[in-house]
Structure formats: C-alpha cells, structure tokens
Ligand binder design. Structure first.
Ligand SMILES: [Zn+2]
Length: 495
C-alpha cells in the first residue's frame, strides 16, 4: 500500500508535458521555442518537436510567459472596520485566472504579539485553501526592542521583507521616522529589505478633518486630502533614511511624478532604492472619483491626474519604476458604502489581483507603451528577483518551476464584473475592451486554469521560503538620468 503510494507519487512527479510551437518570452528575446515540463519543473527549452511526452499542448499562435508574481496583496485583511473578501481560496483562485502563480501577502503584526506570529497566522489561513504558491511580508506596527530582535528570525523563516506604514496613525499602523531608521538598520544587518507605504501623515491628518468640517465629503476629496506632495514628502524622508543607513529601501505603490524623480535621483547617486507602482494608477485617473459611484476608486495613495499617470508610464519605460503589482484589497460593496457620505469612512482599496496581466498587456503592450519583454519583467521577473524567488519563479528556464501562462495575443473580450473571478461583489473594471486573453495556466506543472475552468486542488499552494539576493540590484534596470523641468508642489511640470 505504502509502496503503491510512493510509486504513484514518483509517476505523478515524472509526468511530462510538451508545450509546442508557442512564442516564448525568454528574457529580452521572444522566440518560437518548445517547452518540456517534467514533474514540477521546466526540463528543457528548444526545438523539441517529436520529443515524447505524456501530454502535448499545441501553443501555435500563443505567447508563452512565465507565471506572474504579485508581491503586493492583502488577503483576509482587517482594515477600516472590515475584512477583505479575498481569502486564500478565493484570492488565489482569482489570481490564477489572472495568470498569477505566486503571491506575497501582507500580514499585520498584532500589537503585543511576536512578529513571527504574522507568518504562522498566514500558514493557518492558507492551509487547505491556497491553490498557488504564496509568501508573507510581515507588517511591523509596534517596533519594540524585543520585536526588532526578531528580524533575523523572520529572514531565516523566509520572510525577509518587512513593511511599515508612514501613515494610518488612527488605524494603529503608523511607524515614526526614528523607528523606521532602526528597522532599516536591523533589516540591513539581517539581509532583509524594508517596504514603505510613503504618505505624509501630518498633511493627511490636517486635511481630512478640515475638509469634513467644510462639507467636502465626496470621493474626490479623498484624493485632494492626500495630494502628490504628501507622497513626495514621505518619499523624500524615507530616501533620506536610506542614505543614512545605506539599507535597501522599497517604496510600495508609488503614484507620483515626484516619486519617480526622487527614486531616479537616489539610484543615480548609488543608493539602493527601488519602487513599484500598481495597475490602477496606470489605468485610471482621479476623474473616476468624480462619478456618483466614485467610492469604488478610493485607494491610497489616491488616483492621480493624467499628467502624473503619464509620468508613471515614463518611469516604467525608463526603469525608475521596477515592477507593477496589484495592491489587491478587495472590500465588499457594503463596506465600501461606509464611505457613501464621507470619503474618510470608505475602506481604501480596489480588488485587482486578476486584472494586472490582461490590462497591462492590452493597455501597455498592444498600445505600444511597453515591449512584451518589459511587461514580463514588470510583473514576473523583477518581483521574483527582488523578493527572493528567483530563479525558481518569474522566468522560463530549465530548472525553474513550471509556472507558465499561455496567452492569446489576438483575442478580444470585455473586462467587467461578469468576466472576472474575484470574490468582490462589484468591480472597478467595468466594460473595458481588452486585447489578449489567458488561455491556460500551469503551476509547478499542474494545469490549473484551462479556459474558463479552474482545475486546481484546494490547498495545493505551498509556502514560499524567500531569500534576498544582494547582487540582484544590478539587474533591475538603470535609471536614465535626465534634467527635469519639474516642481514637486501640485505636481506641475513640463515634459
Ligand atoms: Zn497595499
């Protein structure tokens, strides 16, 4: 009996799949290459016609991409009097439909509890549920001496990337600058990296009550209360801490032109400062907040004007922005309605785990803003490299996990609530015409998405033990330094 199980296990592991005739994205090259999967890994890439395999998949006319890696998601997230509706089943299922085969989720430290508990809590949440591989970023909220001593242990446990908030004081999340510096030093010594939500709390705490008092309660005032300048101030401050400590700094969901400038400048000076932006900042502008249902687009930092959006695309093209994540924060419509009469009561966040690849292909590659290899870098290769998952994830190479997306670049469809699989009962992405469609998704050699069907077994997803590679820096794109005609206040600038 035991022997049978073992034999079955071995047979299952050695199953071979040949993906034939597709156009594979291999680094900067897009070429017709066959891919042989054996068990959970990519075994070979090349001209493999006639090679024997248990299953042959015809990929003619399709793109073959490495599975996307989303390093910014909030599952089961308790925030602003609600909990995000994506758990480890519904969230990873929607991710898989969107071509995502690895996620890294934020796990908030409960005040008074050990930081290591943030990993254990997610292991419990994922058990029997996750269908793709997943990792954890602990969120440090109470930096006591005892907690700082735990940082090396977190690195050892495969969670070397810790996030801190420079705002959300009332929600109990904010960490002050002095503590940020101590955390950066501790992370630097332990081989970790600090992730920062950079918005200036003083600006926001001053603006919000004033606006509410003056009756400026509509969704657009959410954006006005957190102007680009408040982001710039916070980014400037945390970059200064990176200068002083020489620690690696990662700025999450950057949504300002000044941020792009500041990051480019710091990197040009040799500091290890890296930034991401998110899908929604590239797709939507603050005009959405003027609609009657503007609460749908309340997120932080807020959506910006078209000029700033252009600047973010520019940062993506020239390398000052290194990756794009979803910042999936899926709150129910009932919860979003807390903000129906007052923007400050609306849980900040947009469900987006499924839309990143199709939207960025359609709006970015098909419209000529970025190349196909650049898209793959932004959503797969760079997140994997920067967050300690390479070369296992984020790339098509022999020996890497067989996380593969087959993508039809010509298919056209309409993105809306009905065509998506996210668990939220509403969608910010309504009737958007899309070019390009995910056809199949493999995760460690298992076909988990086949057209409209999810074939994955619940709980098959595994914990991603991550280790940062200090040499990765050289690979994340070099900033193109340019003299800018740029003023930080009010986001005014001349291109
Ligand atoms: Zn977030």
């Amino acid at each position: 009996m035991i022997l049978n199980h073992l034999r079955e296990g071995l047979l299952a592991k050695s199953k071979t799949i040949l993906i034939q005739g597709g156009n594979a994205v291999l680094g900067q090259i897009v070429a017709k290459q066959d891919i042989l999967i054996q068990g959970e890994k990519i075994r070979a890439i090349g001209t493999l016609q006639g090679h024997k395999a248990d299953l042959v998949v015809d990929a003619k006319g399709l793109l073959v991409l490495p599975g996307a890696v989303d390093t910014h998601v909030h599952f089961n997230d308790e925030f602003m009097n609600t909990v995000s509706v994506h758990d480890y089943y519904s969230g990873t299922r929607a991710a898989a439909f969107g071509g995502v085969t690895s996620i890294v989720d934020f796990s908030n430290q409960i005040p008074g509890e050990a930081l290591v508990q943030t990993i254990d809590a997610k292991k419990e949440e994922a058990k029997g549920k996750a269908i793709i591989d997943w990792g954890v970023h602990p969120v440090l909220t109470k930096p006591t001496a005892k907690v700082l001593k735990e940082i090396p242990l977190l690195v050892q446990k495969g969670a070397p990337t810790i996030k801190c908030y420079m705002t959300y004081r009332a929600e109990g999340l904010m960490v002050g600058d002095k503590d940020l510096k101590r955390i950066m030093e501790a992370l630097k010594n332990a081989g970790g990296m600090l992730l920062v939500h950079a918005e200036d709390n003083d600006t926001i705490e001053k603006n919000v009550p004033r606006m509410i008092k003056e009756g400026l309660t509509k969704p657009i005032f959410h954006a006005r209360s957190r102007p680009p300048d408040s982001e710039a101030k916070a980014i400037q401050r945390c970059i200064q801490l990176a200068r002083e400590t020489r620690a690696r700094l990662f700025i999450v969901h950057m949504a300002s032109a000044s941020g792009v400038e500041l990051v480019g400048q710091a990197r040009g000076e040799g500091y290890d400062v890296i930034a991401e932006t998110c899908t929604h900042y590239l797709i939507f502008t603050d005009r959405m907040l003027l609609r009657d249902d503007g609460i749908k687009w309340i997120c932080s930092p807020p959506l910006r004007n078209p000029m700033i959006q252009d600047w973010l695309w520019r940062g993506i093209r020239d390398g000052r922005i290194s990756l794009v994540t979803s910042d999936d924060a899926a709150y129910s419509w009932d919860a979003k309605l807390y903000g129906a009469d007052r923007f400050d009561k609306c849980p900040n966040g947009i469900p987006g785990i499924e839309v990143r690849l199709p939207l960025l292909y359609s709006e970015g590659v098909a419209k000529g803003h970025i190349s196909l290899p650049r898209l793959v870098e932004l959503i797969s290769t760079h997140p994997a490299l920067l967050f300690g998952l390479a070369p296992r994830k984020g790339t098509l190479a022999p020996g890497s996990d067989a996380d593969i997306v087959l993508f039809d670049p010509k298919a056209r469809w309409t993105m809306n609530q009905e065509s998506l699989h996210m668990a939220s009962d509403w969608s910010a992405y309504e009737n958007i015409p899309i070019t390009g469609k995910i056809v199949k998704v493999f995760s460690r050699g298992d076909l988990i998405i086949d057209g409209d069907r999810c074939l994955a077994r619940k709980g098959r997803g595994r914990y991603l033990h991550r280790r940062l590679d200090p040499s990765v820096r050289a690979f994340v794109g070099s900033p193109r330094l340019e003299r800018s005609f740029f003023q930080t206040d009010e986001g005014l600038y001349i291109k």
